[in-house]
Write a protein that binds this ligand. Structure first.
Ligand code: MV4
Length: 495
């Protein structure tokens, strides 16, 4: 096993990786930008290397600086986390050339799966169902028009280099096609530096179901069941769970086999995710492969009792998968809510700033993967994810109740968070009934506003804290509340 690794990321995921390294006796080196000099991931590492200026291109996206930091730290391997350079084939290739182990698939695999049309060709070759559409990018308007006519409207324009919804356009009639292609291609060019586009049949109101895959360097491939990720806002996942409320044993087996077939056909190594859309008729179609550890990996860990980062590191060090497919069973139900510094009452606008007060939930079946602490200032420069709240319980109903309890316990003051919004979604009839389609938020929560009580409670807590001057003793302490500070005066403020 490696003795030293460099964690090429920040925030909660960098810390998540370091937790496992600590348990495995692997020394960790953090990298950080000027805005992150006292960030939690820096404080959690054995040592840290400053990359410089806070702009992503000057820090967490800067391949030269990260390679130099890894060399300086004498790291043997680099864990890229998610986002930033995690799916950049040039970064993986550079690590390979510099003799550093990239904790992820080979650069060739990242490149082939990163091109959505090439991924579709691999899926077709593996007999994995794909959405009807093109398997090569095109730019000639006449060719695109002919393809659209053959597919049948509505069609969806996608960026070949895409993912995450950028460069996508739904086209319902032939007359709109040309203009939509031009604008989608332009968007793809500015987002990915590559304007290549292709067409697929547009599926309406699908569910988004993904399978965790794990492959070693010895040709073994397993899937670790599904995650239901349909609850999204503008292609940003908000709530994920496993098992999916719509999954049957039969469909799970078929889709799981499709996921491992995809892994085998791609020559996959490491942890990855095969995404599918599931339509109204229960038919599933390959969407794309994410060649990294996903934000939502903890729900898989909770229901299987495994550590995906440990498995990633063991695979990267040449180890064999420690289990076979038929030895894997999920237990219970897990749900994850993402907590961002954003204001749900104001269009989910980013809300960076000082974390003035923080109380994280705990208790049975509750896990918080956090990248913040009280007193930390959330920088404006990066994705504003603060933490993930994950719960595990025997049934979906019990997991929902546990999540509601944990969300009520979770107090963050100083920045806005979607916690009250998440609590309303969790408590809703539609979520309880498992009506989780990709249009869930638009359909059920478009005009959401916080209940007045949420605001009052947060204000009251803040004011009490302020008056008391931090956590100083309150003037009216009985013996039973001594040392508990002003918070005792609030009564049962967990509602
Ligand atoms: C689709 C689709 C409908 N039909 N493809 C969105 C992000 C990208 N990874 C793929 N996406 C979609 N592809 C076809 N042919 C609908 C979506 C989509 C979606 C997919 C997963 C989760 C949320 C979504 C929200 C809107 C659209």
């Amino acid at each position: 096993m490696f003795k030293k690794i460099l964690v090429a990321n920040r925030g909660e995921i960098a810390r998540r990786v370091m937790c496992t390294c600590l348990e495995m006796g692997i020394e960790t080196t953090a990298v950080y930008s000027e805005a992150d000099s006292v960030a939690l991931h820096v404080l959690s590492a054995d040592r840290a290397v400053c990359l410089g200026n806070s702009e992503p291109a000057e820090s967490y996206l800067n391949i030269d600086k990260i390679i130099a930091a890894a060399k300086e730290a004498r790291a043997e391997a680099v864990h890229p986390g998610y986002g930033f350079l995690s799916e950049n084939p040039s970064f993986a290739e550079r690590c390979e050339k510099e003799g550093l182990v990239f904790v992820g698939p080979p650069s060739r695999v990242i490149r082939e799966l990163g091109d959505k049309t090439s991924a579709r060709r691999i899926a077709i070759g593996a007999k994995v169902p794909v959405i009807p559409g093109m398997d090569r990018a095109a730019s000639d308007p006449e060719e695109l028009a002919a393809e659209a006519a053959a597919i049948g409207f509505p069609v969806l324009i996608k960026a070949a280099a895409g993912g995450g919804g950028k460069g996508m356009r739904v086209v319902s009639a032939p007359g709109e096609l040309k203009e939509a292609c031009v604008s989608a291609s332009g968007e793809a060019k500015s987002a990915f530096g590559d304007g290549a586009i292709y067409l697929e049949k547009y599926l309406e109101r699908p569910r988004h179901i993904e399978f965790q895959i794990l492959s070693d360097t010895h040709g073994n491939h397993v899937h670790l069941f599904e995650r239901e990720c349909s609850i999204q806002r503008r292609h940003q996942k908000i709530i994920e769970e496993t098992p999916s409320p719509v999954m049957t044993a039969e469909l799970r087996k078929t889709m799981g086999e499709a996921a491992t077939a995809m892994a085998r056909a791609a020559g996959y190594v490491g942890a990855g995710t095969v995404e599918f859309l599931l339509d109204r008729d229960g038919c599933f179609y390959f969407l794309e492969v994410n060649t990294r550890l996903q934000v939502e990996h903890p729900v898989t860990e909770m229901t299987l009792g495994i550590d995906l980062v440990r498995l990633q590191l063991e695979i990267a060090a040449g180890g064999k998968l420690p289990f076979e497919q038929d030895k894997l069973f999920q237990r219970g139900h897990a749900i994850e809510c993402r907590v961002y510094a954003e204001d749900p009452a104001n269009g989910f606008f980013p809300s960076p700033g000082l974390i003035e007060y923080l109380r994280e939930p705990s208790g049975p079946g509750v896990r918080v993967d956090s990248g913040i602490y009280e007193g930390f200032t959330v920088p404006v420069e990066y994705d504003p994810i603060l933490s993930k709240l994950i719960v595990h319980a025997e049934t979906r109903e019990a997991a929902v109740e546990r999540m509601l309890r944990a969300l009520r316990e979770y107090m963050v003051l100083g920045v806005q968070t979607p916690i009250p919004f998440l609590a309303d979604v969790m408590g809703s009839e539609a979520f309880g009934a498992g009506m989780t389609y990709t249009d869930f938020i638009e359909t059920h929560f478009a005009g959401w506003a916080p209940a007045a009580a949420d605001l009052d409670l947060a204000c009251a807590a803040y004011i009490v804290n302020d008056i008391a001057g931090g956590r100083a003793a309150s003037p009216k302490q009985g013996p039973e509340t001594a040392g508990l500070g002003p918070w005792m005066t609030l009564g049962p403020w967990g509602r």
